[in-house]
Design a protein around this ligand. Sequence first.
Ligand code: MN
Length: 453
Amino acid sequence: MDTHPAPDFWTRKSWVGTANDASVGFPLQSLPYCSFVPTATPGADAHLGVGIGSFILDLDTLSRIGLLHSLAPEVQAACVAPQLNALMRCGPAAWSALRQRLFDLLKDDATPGEREEGHPADDQRRTVASSMVPMTRAIFHKPVATENYTDFYASIHHATNVGKIFRPDHPLLPNYHWLPIGYHGRVSSLIVSDTPVRRPCGQFKFLAEDTPVFQPTAQLDYELEVAAYVGTGNPLGTRVHIAAAEEHLFGLSLLNDWSARDIQAWEYQPLGPFLGKSFATSVSPWVIPMAALAPYRAALMPRSADVPAPLPYLTEPASASSSFDITVEVLLSTSHMREDGLAPVRLSTGNLRDLHWSFAQMLTHHTSNGCNLVSGDILASGTISGPTPDSLGCLLEITQRGRSPLRLATGEVREFLADGDEIILRGYCEREGLPRITFGECRGTILPAITVS
Ligand code: MN
């Protein structure tokens, strides 16, 4: 159904009422995956789930009661797992078959011809409905067991803005147009949304001083990013052709690459980010399948005339729509705002369309030296900033490294994040005539600094 969906695929409704409510954002056409435990049984093993309306359909239950029996045995088995890795390894044809089966179980008008023997539609619906949990009664776990996390730098606006702060005359380094810049991140500190983030301590140097200090970071920041999950990897010593790169991608999520700017600035030369980044990276609970994003594809932002074309191994077919029209937002809620019952304030709105490199290019470049990617690996976009002042994806850019502090309606002032601040990332796709698809939220609240025990 991914390449040739039925003519009415994008307009079909679900018998789950809230799935047809655009403000909810979990329509029949999205069917994103998560890993969850019902709040009623917090110690239970996590199950895989699928978001539909305001509910989570339990894939573990669905598989065990035989409603996925038409699928390959390895797909049925992969649905009885706490995380998505086994399903990812099954490959694109299996992902498509599972989505088709879920679509059929959840679509609104099962006709007599579509009813299965021994499963009259009403009975089947009752069975499926009894395998659902309201989203508000679920605790989310990390949806994927990730072995490797690579963070890129694909927003030319972000790279230019940050470059200007440190190198006003040469904001973009000469390699920027030639390859997707990236670094290897830390996996052990990948955390799921709603996990608090402790302010890191570290070594950094104040401009006016000659020697560095070791103390809690004074420049704690977030980075608004989108993560691509690798579905199927490649063997060591092989590379993935640009035309085949997207077949390796399973889905997209939101990601917050928490950053300590003072630690980062002191340590990053000559080997790149280290302790200024590795203390925490948050991922959102939902993984949106690539197939669900098909109508929201967009051409990659055109390169200006003075920018060289990529080398052939990174050149996508002229017809490729390898970017995506995904709106991404950052909101801030201070502890003061929460105490006063005030809503979070929006800091920026950006779009994944504004990137200089596509995920396909990032994946192909990543494997171009024969490096093997593994199911569940994360390729993150890097901070998503757009061309306008209201589309900057981190405080480093918004406050010009503290030179132009944010003044909130509460009278509070922020150069960087304070203890108790909560950062909320949101993402969604919407267009007239298409179902609105939400990415959900990626949240994290800052706790006071680590103390030595
Ligand atoms: Mn980053």
